[in-house]
Each structure stands twice: as C-alpha cells, then as structure tokens.
Design a protein around this ligand. Structure first.
Ligand SMILES: [Zn+2]
Ligand SMILES: [Zn+2]
Length: 322
C-alpha cells in the first residue's frame, strides 16, 4: 500500500506492507488525514520516531469485532495496556506501556490502511463532515485545557501562538466567555481570529504585563515559555501545549519568584470534541488552506510548514473508493 514514512528522510513508500490487525484491533481504510506540527517536529527528530507518520484522521472500518464494516470513525491515538497502575487509576492516556499512533511505537495514518485497537474508535455522526472529522484529535487536545483548569468569564486568558493548535484552543476558550487575547506572528491566522470576533494581537506589539490569570503556550517553540512568564500574573498558571525537538535553556526564576503554576497538557476527550463539532461550536473547515493527495505526501508536509498555509489535508481515499 501507499504510505508516507519518516526514516531519517520523509518519503513515500509505494510498497509498504499492509497492516495485519492483532487481537482487539480493527482494520481501517483511511479517508483523510491532517498534517500537524507534531508530524513536522518528528521529521526534525522529536520522539526519535521511525515509520508511517500521521495521527489526525478519519477512516472507515474494513473489519472489526463489533463495529460494522463501513462505519466512519475518529481514532484516539494512545494505545494502552489496560493493566498498569496508570490505566487502573483512570489515567489511561498516561499508560506506562502505551504506543501512540504515528508518534511512538506504532504506524500512523498517512497510509491507505491502518490497524488500531477497536476500543480507540469513536463512531462519527453523519452531521460531521469528512473535513471536520480530521480535527477531532487536535480539538480534543484543545478541550483538555478546560478539563485541567477552571476558566471563568472573569478570567484573563492569553493564548500564545496562532498556529493550527492555537486557533483551536482560542475557539474552545472563547466559548467560556473569558477575557481572551491571542498573540501570534502570522497575519493570516490573526485575521482568521479577527473574523471570529476573537481579540488578536501581533507578537511584536506585546509588552511584559504580568496580568494574565492563564497563559496557554501553543507557540511550538522553546521561546514560548519565556514569553508566557512575562504575561502571567503572580500565582497564575501557564498551560504548556508546546512540544518541540531539542532543548533551549530557559531561566525559570520568574516561575519561582511569581509562584506560577506550570501545567503540561496533552491529549483530550474525543467525545467532547465530537459533540462540539456536531453542534458546530467551532469552525474548523475554514482552517483548511490546502489539500494534497497521499501520492504527493512529501509536499503536504513541506506545505504545512509554510506560514501561508494553516491546515493541510492529505486525501488518502476519495469518497466512494472504499
Ligand atoms: Zn497532532
Ligand atoms: Zn497501561
């Protein structure tokens, strides 16, 4: 089958072996997939991952134990053991023995077929289109913030970074009615926010202010934390969404002096994200700026790294081809 792999270089494989589902796994035919900044980070060495890329996707069931063939699903990316202390304690996303689709120890979705644990599959309502469905995974990650901290209408919240994740986080947090500002570099995405009625500010206009209750770092760069520390109020909270390869020294003294809480935030609840998309509470479709067939997948990854693009979609199967 056709697959986009990273093995030191990003390349298309036309004879990638078809997955053979193991016990408890469903075989899926991928329809569309989204390119995420994490995919780009992996090609720069993040997670030391080698294999088929891609973890944001919509697919049809080919074969499964319970789900009928043809069922359209979104898939949770953490594949867990169900037996370790984290799984037993209700923190399965932190499973000690987890593999993560297209990120850690398990092939990804930039391929015609993928095998995944059946219990990771979420059936999608018809009201969610193919394009919207690709955003379930990153939208769930945005929703996770509201599960971790209590954001109220009087909260002052700054989202740092107006990239793909920043735009989703901004839309989710805007729904809390909080006093929200998004700070970014890219005029294209700042305009997107303007059109949504969300206050957006170019990074170059920013001054230290130390007045935000919450700062969410979605910059994807190591300097994000530095900026966040100059925005958050004493005893405020910085939520870190950034994962990036490499390390840059950061002076953490402001965290100590201002008694700031630093909170990591990763994957989130799929059911909530699916419900939000079904109710049209966030606009994801207009974030798509480019579509590329899987056969030109290398190009898709390169495009997704271009600031003139927001979301790049890889078309794997055209409708009706399954
Ligand atoms: Zn992602
Ligand atoms: Zn486990």
């Amino acid at each position: 089958m056709l697959a986009l792999v990273y093995d030191g270089t990003t390349r298309l494989e036309s004879n990638s072996p078809e997955p053979r589902p193991r016990a408890g796994e469903a075989l899926l035919r991928v329809r569309r997939a989204g390119v995420c900044s994490t995919d780009i980070e992996i090609t720069r060495g993040y997670m030391n991952y080698r294999g088929i890329l891609g973890h944001e996707f919509v697919a049809d069931v080919v074969s499964a134990a319970k789900l009928p063939a043809g069922t359209r699903v979104a898939v949770e990316i953490n594949c867990v053991c169900g037996a370790c202390d984290m799984c037993a304690g209700g923190l399965a996303n932190h499973c000690r023995r987890r593999t993560v689709i297209g990120i850690d120890g398990r092939p990804g979705a930039f391929a015609e077929l993928i095998a995944v644990p059946e219990r990771n599959c979420h059936r999608l309502p018809d009201s969610i289109g193919e394009d919207e469905a690709v955003f379930v995974e990153p939208l769930a990650a945005a929703v996770q913030i509201t599960r971790q901290v209590k954001i109220e209408p009087r909260s002052r919240v700054a989202v740092l970074g107006s990239g793909r994740l920043g735009l989703l986080v901004a839309q989710v947090l805007a729904r809390t009615g909080c006093r929200l500002i998004v700070i970014g570099r890219n005029p294209l995405t700042l305009e997107f926010l303007d059109r949504k009625g969300i206050t957006a500010m170019p990074l170059r206009d920013l001054h230290s202010r130390f007045d935000q209750d919450f700062v969410v770092d979605c910059t994807g760069s190591a300097e994000g934390l530095d900026i966040a520390m100059s925005l958050v109020r004493p005893r405020g909270t910085i939520v870190m969404k950034t994962t990036c390869a490499g390390s840059t020294p950061v002076n953490l003294a402001p965290l100590v002096v201002n008694e700031v809480t630093l909170l990591g935030s990763r994957c989130g609840p799929f059911a909530d994200a699916i419900a939000m998309l079904a109710r049209r509470e966030v606009d994801v479709a207009s974030m798509i700026t480019r579509r590329v067939p899987l056969a030109r997948g290398v190009e898709a990854l390169r495009d997704a790294d271009d600031p003139r693009q927001i979301k790049v979609i890889i078309e794997v199967a055209t409708i009706g081809s399954a």
